[in-house]
Design a protein around this ligand. Structure first.
Ligand code: TXA
Ligand code: MG
Length: 366
């Protein structure tokens, strides 16, 4: 495996690997992606295998030019109003952290979309990602570059430490700018609903195309069944025998983006009233809440060294908190703590995506 900084040469090398059916890990503005040629079913099958991802969980197709949209999606079946809204979104948000679910073009193999007739398309706002896509085949199918169900990678080291031995090349582009995955918006059936909150806030989407349909499945923590072992390992199933997809967006799986350390999510009031415990992490959203909590604690307890107090954003800014979330969770997860108590973010802007990830990362008894 090659582990190289992003340069013109390493981008060419990675593009060659992709053109020849290999797998390249690359940075985007959200998280690192595990990329293969979107038109090559064998290469895509390997992505599922490397990630340990169930075949019913579709991949995002990444493009780097507006014209490629027609090659990966079938826009002819969309009615005029939906097309207009699509173009409004594409013009105002792309390149950026928004994946739009559209009817798929037949050129995209069924394995990429888990047998669905739709594909999530995204134009990432990252120079290296765009160059890699353009230098290879114009479309890269890529999930986040983490083992299925675990925390998403915001640094190349995270990928090296988890999947390093299984991929052909890792391009190191430093920390990702946003630190949370893209928002997944379904417009394929004209209903306009968010399947996964992410880097593009709902409020911004609504300011462009009007009110979205409420997605009732989202946030119903514990309502989805985690895939069984046999579902998770059906990698050799040919496309024609794919199981009927029963999840709308498996980002909705209840236990996803999960650290190994049990994590509990608490409201501001709950965390303020939570007494200090040994070997635990108190992960505050803002400095003010941490200060109030501190005052309420027995100060001599706080001197113990085997617990940590972490603040996502001193000033309580959701952008900063989102940027640091996965990074902090990766670090804390290696700290040998017995529990993480995390505070909910305010549910506006990226706060919604932060809370979604915290809930999915949380312990079933949270
Ligand atoms: O920011 C991101 O979105 C990152 C970077 C690498 O682009 N990618 C990412 O991919 O997070 P992944 O595979 O970890 O998550 C993709 C999400 C999954 O929840 C998947 O179920 C959903 O998008 N998805 C993909 N295609 C879909 C489709 N056709 N219909 C509904 N949901 C889809
Ligand atoms: Mg993922």
């Amino acid at each position: 495996m090659n582990y190289l900084p992003v340069t013109d040469e390493s981008l060419l090398q990675a593009a060659d690997i992709i053109k020849n059916g290999g797998i390249a890990v690359f940075p985007t503005e959200t998280v690192y992606g595990l990329g293969a040629d979107a038109f090559n079913p064998q290469a895509i099958a390997r992505v599922f295998e490397v990630k340990g991802r169930p075949r019913f969980d579709p991949l995002i197709i990444h493009i780097a030019a507006a014209e490629t949209l027609e090659i990966v999606a079938d826009l002819s079946v969309l009615d005029k109003e939906v097309r207009n809204k699509l173009f409004l979104l594409a013009e105002n948000v792309w390149p950026g952290p928004l994946s739009i679910v559209l009817p798929k073009n037949e050129k995209i193999p069924g394995i990429a979309t888990a047998g669905l007739s739709t594909a999530a398309i995204r134009f990432p706002d990252h120079e290296a990602a765009q160059k890699l896509i353009s230098l290879s085949t114009g479309a890269i199918a890529a999930p986040s570059a983490n083992p299925f169900g675990s925390l998403s990678p915001t640094r190349a080291e995270h990928v090296r430490d988890s999947l390093g031995g299984k991929v052909d090349i890792i391009l190191d582009g430093g920390s990702t700018r946003i630190g949370l995955e893209s928002t997944v918006l379904d417009i394929a059936d004209g209903s306009f609903k968010i399947l996964r909150p992410g880097g593009t806030p709902k409020e911004f989407i609504e300011s462009l195309i009007g009110k979205l349909t409420e997605n009732r499945e989202q946030r119903t923590k514990n309502s989805e069944q985690f895939p069984t072992q046999s579902e998770q390992t059906c990698f050799s199933t040919p496309d024609s025998q794919l199981p009927t997809p029963h999840l709308i967006s498996p980002g909705q799986l209840k236990s996803h983006y999960a650290p190994k350390t049990p994590l509990f999510v608490l409201t501001k009031e709950e965390i303020i009233n939570k007494s200090y415990e040994n070997s635990c992490v108190f992960l505050f959203f803002d400095g003010l809440t941490r200060n109030i909590w501190r005052k309420a604690q027995n100060q001599s307890d706080l001197l113990s060294e085997n617990s940590r107090i972490v603040v996502l954003s001193e000033a309580g800014q959701v952008l900063e908190a989102a940027f640091g979330l996965f990074d902090v969770l990766h670090e804390l997860d290696n700290g040998g703590f017995s529990r993480i108590y995390a505070q909910f973010a305010p549910s506006e802007g990226l706060g919604e995506a932060i809370n979604d990830r915290l809930l999915r990362a949380s312990h079933p008894h949270s």
